[in-house]
Design a protein around this ligand. Structure first.
Ligand code: ADE
Ligand code: ZN
Length: 322
């Protein structure tokens, strides 16, 4: 069965990572920037491994140079999401790519992204919320202005703070200041952990940063006691199986731990991460879960409910989306 029109809730989507390659190529052409090195012969993004992926991702972002570019990007990404049945989405936004952490520039970028989100809600029926993310491999000093930007612009649209980037750089505790500032401002918290790092990285993330959700978190599978703790604490995993398989963070689909984790009682959700980079969509994620684990309508409805319960938005929005 095709799951394309089945309504979906997605919690883990990087806005720049959702940029269709043709969109980035178009902006590069407009601005006379040579980005030919980041594309394959067939026109997709080309990279060797995760570290190279981060470099290609950052290179693609060099064509995003002002609020208007992010307005167009947001619409392009939401068109794709809506075409795959997504009715509610949360997207990671990086002040580092939107003015470099300067608060007044960030306000302008955010206003443009929010205007595009409002337009998409009216025309495509998809609701978007934003999560500011600091970039781990840029270090804790760069995370502070990102957290300040997040804290100063918390509101109806901007509801969360998190961290992405190279997980094996530094330790979670290095970023406690940024997470504390975001928490004190009333933002909800998520953090990439356990995509590349082991159970120790997950345990440190939970104890030092106290997020309610983990980006990926799949390596919890290697520590039974930690799985029990994740279940007990009600921690929600933003699992991105297609991303994990494509980047090699897990084995093939049949070896992916999402089904075992779910059956152990972990609150798992499903997202695409950076769909064009991993040649995936929410439809494809559902299709592969059906093909690999035999999941069907009831399983997907339960996934959606878990995601909506854990969503960083108010009760009124949840009711509207449900
Ligand atoms: N930024 C974009 N995609 C990411 C991923 N899968 N892990 C860490 N940082 C990212
Ligand atoms: Zn991610």
């Amino acid at each position: 069965m095709s799951w394309q029109s089945f309504p979906k809730v997605e919690l883990h989507l990087h806005l720049e990572g959702g940029a269709p390659p043709a969109f980035i190529r178009g902006l590069a052409r407009e601005k006379n920037i040579d980005l030919s090195g980041i594309f394959s012969d067939t026109g997709g993004y080309a990279y060797r491994d995760f570290d190279h992926f981060l470099k290609i991702y950052e290179a693609a972002c060099t064509v995003l140079q002002g609020p208007e570019d992010f307005y167009r990007l947001t619409l392009a990404v939401l068109e794709q999401s809506a075409a795959h049945g997504v009715v509610y989405s949360e997207t990671f936004l990086s002040p580092d790519f939107c003015g470099g952490g300067d608060l007044s520039a960030w306000r302008e970028y955010l206003a443009a992204i929010e205007a595009a989100a409002d337009e998409a809600e009216a025309t495509l029926g998809i609701t978007l919320r934003g999560i500011v993310t600091c970039i781990r491999h840029l270090g804790p000093d760069q995370a502070r202005p990102a957290a300040r930007c997040a804290a100063e612009t918390r509101g109806r649209f901007l509801t969360g703070f998190g961290m992405a980037g190279g997980e094996m750089v530094g330790r979670p505790g290095d970023f406690a200041w940024a997470f504390d500032a975001a928490r004190e401002a009333g933002l909800e918290l998520t953090c990439h952990a356990g995509e590349w790092g082991g159970p120790d990285m997950i345990a440190e993330t939970v104890s030092h940063l106290a997020p309610s959700r983990l980006g990926h978190g799949i390596n919890v599978i290697h520590d039974d006691a930690l799985v029990d703790k994740v279940v007990e604490d009600g921690l929600v995993l933003e699992v991105c199986p297609g991303s994990n398989v494509f980047l090699g963070a897990s084995g093939d689909w049949a070896d992916h731990p999402i089904a075992v984790l779910r059956d152990r009682g972990v609150k798992v959700t499903v997202s695409t991460d950076d769909p064009p980079f991993f040649h995936t969509t929410m439809t494809r994620e559902f299709e592969m879960l059906e093909r690999t684990f035999g999941w069907g309508e009831e399983d997907f409805a339960a996934l959606n409910q878990t995601a909506l319960d854990a969503a960083f938005c108010d009760a009124e929005t949840k009711e509207k989306v449900a």
